[in-house]
Design a protein around this ligand. Structure first.
Ligand code: HPA
Ligand code: MG
Length: 179
């Protein structure tokens, strides 16, 4: 796919993503077996595609909620300042919670969000990230479940943006600068 100044090369196909989500769903079902209701929390905006696909193959009673945290600055860097732009709509105290993240990079956002949610005393708090870039990590944190580990490449698609573009692509692609 061609853009102004960059091209996108497919890295993980829509088919591979769907197959991996099915596997992850079975692991989540086993981990939360017997739950009265799992609160699935999507971190906006990047997780909107992933959470939609995940909850539709998850055989558990779920509630879907969203939280938007933001870091400032350049699209290629994750700044250290994390702010909550939109908080959860519902309560999570005493409940089973699964946080859904698109990509764990430096780990700052996830670390900050988990600290905030922990303070509300959920019964259980786990995390799932579609992508993990372990080589970029600056905070010691790992998601409970990860879809794919990837090298330090800038990726877009399947909810993930480059300056708010490309979220709608059905696959994960790697950005290659051309300009
Ligand atoms: N793509 C888009 N946003 C990001 C990435 C990426 O690879 N890493 C951290 N934020
Ligand atoms: Mg972004």
């Amino acid at each position: 796919m061609a853009h102004d100044g960059y091209d996108i090369d497919e890295m993980i196909s829509a088919k591979k993503i769907a197959a991996r989500i099915e596997e992850l769903a079975r692991e989540i079902e086993a981990a939360f077996a017997g739950t009265d209701q799992l609160v699935v929390v999507g971190l906006l905006r990047g997780s909107f595609v992933f959470i939609a696909d995940l909850v539709r193959v998850l055989n558990l009673p779920v509630e879907v909620d969203f939280l938007e945290a933001s870091s400032y600055g350049n699209a290629m860097e994750s700044s250290r300042e994390v702010r909550i732009l939109k908080d959860l709509s519902g309560e999570i105290g005493g409940r089973d919670v699964l946080v859904v993240e698109d990509i764990v990079d430096t780990g700052f956002t996830l670390h900050h969000v988990l600290r905030l949610l922990e303070s509300r005393r959920p019964r259980r708090l786990e995390t799932i990230a579609l992508l993990d870039k372990p080589s970029r990590r600056e905070v010691d944190i790992a998601a409970t479940w990860t879809g794919f580990e990837i090298p330090d490449e800038f990726v877009v698609g399947y909810g993930i943006d480059y300056a708010q573009a490309d979220r709608h692509l059905p696959y994960i692609g790697k950005v290659r600068m051309t300009g």
